[in-house]
Write a protein that binds this ligand. Structure first.
Ligand SMILES: [Fe+2]
Ligand SMILES: [Fe+2]
Length: 250
């Protein structure tokens, strides 16, 4: 799987630059996450048997799905503990920022990644608030709806949110959630397979196969990620080994 990703990145200067930017952004956390999510979508795309061109578009969308965070202050994204409402509102903009960047070179990939959080899920660190569709009116409506219709309505809303007619969007959304749950972070442990499966199926009850494929490949998907220096060095000398020192105030 990594051979395909490396070849894709090496062949595309836009990917090289943006992924290197992500790697520098927060010590490699968002870059590593993006790489693992790309492994996940590529794995699912192969299981489904999508054409190679669609696999590459989806993989490019996965590699860049969080690139919009480059427009969010690093001190917010890397802040320990929870976010304020203002900070959370800032972070919620990153799919839109990413779309506006990526559409310049790949409209299809941009349209896939712009919806990568449209699944009502949110990292535990952030109190599991809806992401990014915080809709007070809908929450209030739910309180008055009997349990069974409420569940059906929620499932229908989620299918619409996830673009169930666009399974590649859904695949990216699920691979994104999968990596967040399967990875250990400073604020949480990695989740067990059974808990991850329940969470993914809760989000997308009609696509249990995708959850099972991701979980079955967990060990491979979670392997360590090559650095951008390693990727670039293999094909050219375009990147040196000099350490990067951010300059404050510039
Ligand atoms: Fe994201
Ligand atoms: Fe993500």
């Amino acid at each position: 799987m990594d051979a395909v990703l490396r070849a894709l990145v090496r062949s595309d200067p836009v990917l090289l630059v943006l992924l290197r930017g992500l790697e520098l952004y927060d010590g490699g956390e968002t870059y590593g996450h993006s790489w693992r999510v790309a492994r996940g979508v590529l794995h699912v795309a192969r299981q489904v048997g999508w054409p190679t061109s669609e696999q590459m578009t989806l993989t490019r969308a996965a590699l860049l799905h969080d690139v919009g965070k480059l427009f969010v202050y690093r001190k917010i994204v890397t802040k320990p503990g929870g976010f304020t409402e203002e900070e959370f509102a800032e972070i919620r903009q990153h799919p839109r920022f990413g779309f506006e960047m990526v559409r310049m070179v790949d409209e299809a990939a941009g349209r896939i990644l712009v919806a990568h959080h449209d699944c009502g899920w949110h990292p535990p660190q952030q109190s599991r608030r809806k992401y990014p569709r915080s809709d007070e009116r809908r929450r209030n409506e739910r309180r008055t709806i009997p349990r069974r219709p409420r569940q059906e309505r929620r499932d229908r809303d989620r299918r619409q949110d996830l673009g169930i007619h666009d399974p590649q969007r859904l695949t990216l959304a699920l691979a994104d959630i999968f990596d967040a749950l399967a990875s250990q972070r400073w604020y949480k442990r990695a989740w067990a397979d059974t808990a991850i499966r329940a969470e993914l199926i809760e989000r997308a009850p009609v696509l249990t196969e995708v959850a099972d494929w991701l979980i079955a490949a967990r060990a491979v998907l979670q392997e360590s990620v090559p650095t951008m220096h390693e990727i670039a060095r293999a094909s050219s000398a375009m990147m040196g080994d000099a350490p990067f020192h951010p300059v404050n105030g510039c």
